[in-house]
Ligand binder design. Sequence first.
Ligand code: AHR
Length: 325
Amino acid sequence: MRLLTRRTFTAGLAGAGLALAWSPFARAQAAGKKLVIGFAQTGAESEWRTANTDSVKAAAKAAGHELKFSDAQQKQENQIKAIRSFITQKVDVIILAPLVTTGWDTVLKEAKAAKIPVILESRNVVVKDPSTWTTFIGSDFVEEGRRAAKWLLDNTKSTTGPVNIVELQGTVGSDPAIDRKKGFDEVIKTNPRYKVIRSQTGDFTRAKGKEVMEAFLKAEGKKINVLYAHNDDMAIGAIQAIEEAGLKPGKDILVIGVDAVKGAFEAMIAGKMNVSVECNPLLGPQLMEAAAKAAAGQPLERWIKTIEGVFPAEIAAKEFPNRKY
Ligand code: AHR
């Protein structure tokens, strides 16, 4: 599933006797062509996103590419503006972390018409013409949702009676929010004891996670057995709300998050969170390899999937020193 490194990629072509057939792009790439890459990032809504931005910036620097970075502050119109400005500046490749799945048809067509390959990272799009983007580098969000629910079912087997779950969804219309819900629901509906009694967006942020959890607690109080948050930041915000309501997060209310960022490990070590399903933000090196290939007109897999695990509280202290984000 991983892309070839630049060294094996070049050596492979030369070894196959294809060196003379190289396009000018591929030759330039082999000679270490420095690319100009435009990166339209969603914003800085979470610990995950900051790690993702840092990873892309560091990888571009290490590869010697120029990175034009745009922080859209969680607004799709800002991302569209950034893409148009990258097109005007004639960048070699555009990397887009799409805030939501829809609304990209026109601008992606414009990039295609300008012959600028677009790589999607961390989130995917739904467009009429899929040839307007080259590859998606990111996670299987449905599987992340399934993993969260499987952990819950496995770890509440010995309990009896109903299990009432409140859900903090990610940004409305984003594929991690849509798919993490889908995967979770798919697994919990196999057992009628489990019910999502409230579900609302917390926009992937700590502040919103806390605010919505306060409302859940007001409405449902001690009926709540489990919090499933689509990311760790919202879980961490909600933990604060649970404590302020005089309850013990991790005990009175089980707390499940997604991302496996350091903040979640700290909460697990403190006994306030029970599990975090990993979503890896360190996509920079894979993105730079894909950018070099795309600029050289080389084919790319449609989906370069990130490999991820599940981290329950029991192993948090042991794993913490190994965490990179
Ligand atoms: O697209 C990945 C998601 O976006 C992360 O899970 C979330 O924390 C982030 O903001």
